[in-house]
Every structure is written in structure tokens, then in C-alpha cells.
Write a protein that binds this ligand. Sequence first.
Ligand code: NAD
Length: 255
Amino acid sequence: MDSPTVILSDVKACREALVEVLEGAKRILPFTGAGISTDAGIPDFRSPGSLWTANKPIPFDIFCAHKEARIEAWRRKFNMDDRFAGARPTPTHHLLTSWVKQGRAQAVITQNIDGLHHAAGLNEDEVIELHGNGTYAKCLNCGCRHELADVRKHFLTYSVPPECESCGGIVKSATISFGQAMPGEAMARARHLAKSCDVCLVIGSSLVVYPAASLPLVAKAAGARLVIVNREETGLDEDADLVLRGEVADLMSPT
Ligand code: NAD
């Protein structure tokens, strides 16, 4: 039978428990959500008053079907980018980078689209982006990459986003919208790492967005310890071995 979840909220106790779990770990799997980037100034999705909830996300099928939806999506995207242009990786992003570079973790799995794990020094193959990346765009038809600066220039000049110059396809930010297929390769690699880690450490995710949130459960089912760092309850607290409740910056700072 599984042992019951241990829930800690005292900062010192949380830090000590984390050190103890990680000390014995050979393969740590960090799994990050929007809560790792709030200290960088980027609001998360579900906290009260979030900009993201004020603007109901545009589902993928609506984006594809309606030019007006695409115009609105790009208008919002450029607004957001202007607001968060100054965001830089936090000490927690850098800490995770150091684990990968030391070989304690093979890669970081993230639901984030902000590119801050790359900005903290991880290479392309050291970050698994489940929901894509908002720092560039892609053609939905031929998959070729488009730079945001070019899309913006066209948008400002013609008030509509450009079509792909190679194939005439729809150009979309390289993120995964609601209703859009998950990136198969990223999911497969994430599942593989989940099955072979010994600690899965979830940082700043509400763990309610599936199939991403199934990965910590894959790790747990394969025998890993599941540790959740968050300021509030998450969708998987009951499945965790250890829940550390508090601020990411406080709990993740090296002791
Ligand atoms: P979420 O907003 O659903 O959950 C974030 C969780 O982190 C919440 O439970 C919140 O209480 C907690 N949190 C926030 N700041 C914290 C802090 N400083 N310390 C401790 N806990 C903190 O985010 P999610 O689970 O990642 O899912 C949201 C989806 O929205 C993702 O798919 C993601 O792609 C997208 N998103 C991305 C970004 C980003 O890239 N930075 C930002 C917002 C939304």
C-alpha cells in the first residue's frame, strides 16, 4: 500500500525534506509550470486576476476557422510580449539548469511557453516543451519557422498576420492551444524520462491540464517519489509522497 502524503508548510522543514529527497536521487525529473515564472514577472494562468483568464483562450479550431480570431490572437500575443519582454530566468530556473549540467537531471519538462529555461542556459534537447514555445511562430501547414519580429512587422503594416511565404499556410505562435494536438515527440520523450526517474519534482503547476499532468503519475507508477512544490493545493496532492506548500523562491533556494 502507498504511504500517505506528507504535507509540509514550514519553510525550514520544507527545505530540509527537499534536501533529503534529492540527496539520494540519481535521476531527478523537474516538471515546471507557470508558477516557476511568476517571480520573473509573468503571471500564471489560474491565480485570481490573471491576465490570461481575463482573455478567454482562443481554441485551436476557432483560430484556424476564423480570420478575426487570428487577428485577435496576434493582437493579444503582441500585447503580452510587450508586457513581459523584460522577464529573465529566476534563481530556480538557474538551479534546474545546474542539475541538468551536473547530470543529476537529464532534462526539464515544462508546460511553460516563455522560453525561460532556454534563457537560463539549457540547450534545445535539455528542455521538453509540452505546450510549445511562444518566442517564435510556425506555419500550421508546412511547419516552417517564422520570427515574431517579421510577423509583427506585417501585422502592423497590414493589420492582419502574414501567410506562410513558402506554402500560404496559417502562421501561428509555436504554442499548443486548447484543442490542438500535443507534440508527439516531446510527449514520448517526457514519458520515457518519467518512467526512468527516481524523483519527479513538480514546481509551480496546478496539475489540472491533461495530458501534461499525467506525467507525474507515470513517474509515480514507475516507482519514483513524487514531490510537489506549490503555494496552494494541486490536482495531484493526494498522489504525491511529499507536498511542500509555499513560495517557489523560498523553498527552492539552495540551503
Ligand atoms: P497554472 O497557472 O494552472 O498553475 C500555476 C500554479 O503555480 C498555481 O497552483 C499557483 O498557485 C502556483 N504558483 C504561482 N506562483 C507561485 C509561486 N511563486 N510559488 C509557489 N506557487 C506558485 O499553471 P500550469 O499548471 O503551468 O498550467 C497553465 C497553462 O498555461 C500551461 O499549459 C502553460 O503553458 C500556460 N501558461 C504559461 C505561462 C508561462 O509560460 N510562464 C504563464 C501562464 C500560463
